[in-house]
Design a protein around this ligand. Structure first.
Ligand SMILES: C[S@@+](CC[C@H](N)C(=O)[O-])C[C@H]1O[C@@H](n2cnc3c(N)ncnc32)[C@H](O)[C@@H]1O
Length: 198
């Protein structure tokens, strides 16, 4: 079965390559791993650099109660794409054999990294509510090394307007710490905003 992901992680990896992010200290963190297709791509890419991918997800598609603009419930969308499969089993299958994946089966608000944990790249595609996007950004940004980057998926995407509100607010609040801002258009024309830390 092909490894599914819904972002276009090759574009993220191309960005990491262009910016030589793996030459920096720190690991990778992904919030919102879903079926693990993107986790597997990130892990395979960073493995030769001795880096880990911390993948955060509740792995329960029923839990996300976020309502999209048209009233659609995020959890129902995740269940529909799983087509009866278990999310955790699909994820385990996609990431099998990748010994640099660290799986954190948790609500992202409950995640606590060890003291001294640093990241060179983080990707946020978990719960699309404003408070979660802000939480997930903070979780990464406070541990991001200088020159490192964080990607925020679903910017300016009609279905999840709170992501755009959150990202605009974060850019304004952290303007003095942001060296570069990039917009990557990935699968289905959906934009990831990437903020590079000074
Ligand atoms: C849009 S999907 C991620 C898709 C994935 N990036 C890909 O391209 O395959 C969002 C994921 O976030 C997870 N999620 C939602 N709320 C969460 C929360 N509070 N904490 C952790 N994960 C959460 C869902 O379970 C779901 O797997």
């Amino acid at each position: 079965m092909p490894v599914e992901e819904f972002v276009g992680y090759e574009d993220l990896i191309r960005f990491m390559e262009e910016k030589r992010l793996c030459a920096l200290k720190g690991d990778i963190v992904e919030i919102g791993a879903y079926m693990g297709g993107g986790t597997a791509k990130l892990a395979a890419y960073v493995r030769p650099y001795g880096k880990k991918v911390y993948a955060v997800d509740t792995f329960d598609p029923r839990l996300d109660d976020t309502r999209g603009k048209g009233g659609v419930r995020a959890g129902d969308v995740y269940q529909a794409f799983l087509n009866g499969r278990s999310m955790l089993e699909a994820y385990r299958e996609a990431t099998r054999g990748l010994d640099n994946v660290v799986t954190l089966q948790q609500d992202s608000r409950q995640v606590a990294f060890r003291r001294g944990q640093r990241f060179c790249f983080g990707f946020v595609d978990g719960c699309h509510q404003q408070s979660y996007v802000e939480n997930d950004f903070r979780l990464i940004w406070t541990r991001l090394v200088p020159g490192g980057a964080v990607g925020l998926h679903d910017y300016a995407f009609d279905d999840w307007p709170e992501v755009t509100t959150a990202v605009d607010g974060l850019i304004a609040a952290h303007a003095g710490e942001i060296g570069e801002i990039h917009a990557l258009t990935g699968k289905h024309g959906i934009v990831t905003i990437i903020l590079v830390k000074e």
